[in-house]
Design a protein around this ligand. Sequence first.
Ligand code: SF4
Length: 397
Amino acid sequence: MTTSPRVRGWCPGAWRPMASSDGLLVRVRPRLGRLTRAQGLALCDAAETFGSGLIELTRRANLQLRGVSEAGWPSLMAFLVEHGLVDSNAEVERRPALMLAPDWRDGDATHRAASLLVERLETWPTLPDKWGLAIDAGPEPVLTDASADLRLERSSEGGLLVRVDGRDLGIPVDDVDDAVALMTRLAWWFVDVGGLEAGRMRRFTAPLPDWAAADAAATTAPAASGPHLVPGAHPRGRVVGLPFGRAPASVLRSAFCAEDVTGVRVTPWRRLLLEGEGGADAAPVEGLIDDARDPRLAMDACPGAPYCTQASVATLRLADRLKGRLSERLSEQGGGRVHISGCAKGCARGRSAEVCLTGRDGRYDLILGGRADDTPVATDLSPADAIERIVAVLEST
Ligand code: SF4
């Protein structure tokens, strides 16, 4: 184990934390998208002992601790390794991240494929840090909107497909072993033919090789996407939302400590699935979203100032003020309606939102139907004006 952090300006990992205004950001990638109850509680302890006490759930279904000091980082890493939250080998943590459809069951195709990939990733080439895989082999894909360079999902006819990001059609495979073999071959192809320069599969426009070309048969079209998990009772337990993707460790500890909770599954929707028999009867936890009508579910907001060095605006404060002005009807119409971004990088949401505010020099630019870096329709708005403009747009739709 090394004794000093390698601070990087982007894509933090546990072994390569990123410096932010409030200290180091240390990201934990739960194995198979799941923590045991004991690991969840250990993560809460780690956040309070070594960090600021805040835990964030990212849109790539990772958990991150904020406010870690450089002096405290080696002890934090020892603690995370001891609890099986981080691998002691930094190279293992550099391998592509796996995102699993959160309601996988032991022995199903998602679980088997992900387990096999975890074993085989040591045979993969070194890939860009942001590379990721979605393992989404339930009856209907649920991770379609989540970022992944390769994904395993079902075809509209129920077979298994491997789909390269940016391509509408997938490549049919017979079983999980074939899927993992094909993903491995595609990863090597990406590196061998110059994909590293593009960085992500979506940006790499080279035609796929003959052995991976998809024809337009129905067997190669992915099945229609299924719904995301919504807060409330779930057949596997209970789903809770983290307001704008973050919560104090003390709040999460209360949720994890509930008597019947056996584990925690992460999702890319800023929601956790608390595994446990008594989900339907569980009492709401103060500080978490337990109601599918909560307007915050329709909003994305990055940490902004004072947490991020790039931010000149307090995004979370504005999001909180806006919440009180938005009706519950908003979340019933689906997520992604409002995006509040501290700068044009748009960390909280890579895709378009109905209304987006982007911070610039302490004020906000307003973008309609676009991303944080798109052309604004209004600029230089105060927080109060920005709120009025958003409310007016949403009320008119
Ligand atoms: S969008 Fe900008 S301000 Fe917000 S977290 Fe990302 S880099 Fe920081």
